[in-house]
Ligand binder design. Structure first.
Ligand SMILES: Cc1cc2nc3c(=O)[nH]c(=O)nc-3n(C[C@H](O)[C@H](O)[C@H](O)COP(=O)(O)O)c2cc1C
Length: 153
């Protein structure tokens, strides 16, 4: 029996490009395992949220900037999500929060996104990964975590 692997939408919140690079690596890793991916470097609310259905899987890679704000490429998307509060019950997702422990608001945007999706009814596939850019090797840490993520798909 042939089973079709799901398509993963990868949402990227980046300002200076680190998280975009990380998302590209993860996309390559998923594709090597036979998954299809769609990279959203500037996620568009109507394209993603209004298209949510039982086959929707999001991998959100989210850097914090400012004082725990979302990185630039996802500011509008996050604002819309908070303003409109859509029901996201069919959605399954996972979050990689990127930040730096030298900030009091460590990984605040990624944590917020995870909490918000849960509040809206979406189901986490795996516990959020937090990457501390001051000590972690982001690609190595995320690559190991991704293997657990794919086991849940
Ligand atoms: C101006 C500035 C503000 C930042 N604010 C936070 C923050 O509030 N919390 C946090 O965990 N990391 C913070 N960081 C660290 C970034 O999340 C980290 O540098 C990350 O790698 C940036 O990812 P990007 O290159 O994809 O934008 C900040 C970095 C900068 C340059």
């Amino acid at each position: 029996m042939q089973t079709t692997l799901p398509t993963i939408d990868i949402l990227v919140a980046t300002t200076s490009g680190n998280t975009e690079y990380l998302a590209d690596q993860l996309s390559d890793q998923l594709q090597q395992q036979g998954y299809s991916t769609r990279l959203h470097y500037e996620p568009v609310y109507s394209d993603l949220v209004e298209a949510v259905n039982e086959q929707s899987y999001w991998l959100a890679c989210i850097a914090s900037h400012g004082a725990g704000e979302y990185a630039d490429s996802m500011l509008d998307f996050a604002a819309d999500l908070h303003a409109k509060n859509p029901a996201l019950d069919p959605l399954r997702y996972a979050v990689i929060a990127v930040g730096d422990t030298c900030y009091d608001t460590y990984c605040a945007a990624g944590r917020d996104f995870d909490h918000k999706l849960k509040e809206l009814g979406a189901k986490p596939l795996i516990e959020r990964l937090e990457i501390d850019m001051s000590v972690d090797d982001p690609e190595k840490k995320a690559s190991t975590w991704l293997d657990y993520f794919t086991q849940q798909l």
